[in-house]
Design a protein. Sequence first.
Length: 297
Amino acid sequence: MLAPAKSPGTTCKPLSASNIRSVFISDVHLGSRFARAEAVCRFLQRYQPQYLYLVGDFVDARCLEKNWHWPPSYDILFRKLYWLASNGTQIAYTPGNHDDFLRHCVPGLEPLIVQDEIIHQCADGRRLIVMHGDQFDKVESNGRWLSHLGSHLYDLVLWNDRVLNDVLLRVGLPRIPISKFLKQTVKKVVQYVSGFESRVAAHAIANQCDGIVCGHIHVPKMTHLEEILYINVGDWIENCTALVEYEDGSLELLDYTGHLAEHDAQLSSLLKLSLKPFRNLATKFQGLHSGFCPTNW
């Protein structure tokens, strides 16, 4: 019987770095103009975990191929990852459908461990299989053209959502999360058609695991599917959620949305970190069109 997890959806609170053993984040979509790299960096500033999992779609190759977008905040975020790795954090990357080019470049992203799926053992002994989850999305595997079309439409909806809510904010009215509502509605349809949750749960059972940690559908959720613990860590386009494991092995799904408006002076200090020479990681991804694989971090 699985130990009960902490209630999901709790607001992220400042904790000592020593309290957190593992952090799991997914679907940051660097390259999209709606990615919240600054928020991810502020979140990571709070912790220095033993394990950090990037659960796919951290980089959005589809957006980068269409329109190269790499602001300085991305370099700051990668510099933070480099700092964590240099100070003992083991960082694992499980590519998704938007960064699937990394599935063919596994050996060349040291100090990252890049694998399609990784089994994480919690401090209490539970085994969790970590993977993005697109492998179990029938729409993605059988109708990639539809997936690409959906990505374009989603970007359009996001743009209109931001414009509308900027106007509402200026006139003192509450925001309306149109894009979030539409995204979750579409993903629920996909879940119904492809049986996403049941398929990933079956994969966990097949690998003799107690649970699965995934992303892909941008719907943060932690629940039990019979004997399997299902955790979707959400995204950093709208939900800004992450999974953390505490030192005793208990798990909590954190919601960082309420902190997005906070001013965090620590972010700018990252630019002054004294590290080993840091190369702009944009050059690592500029060969997407030519199939370039980075060979050195």
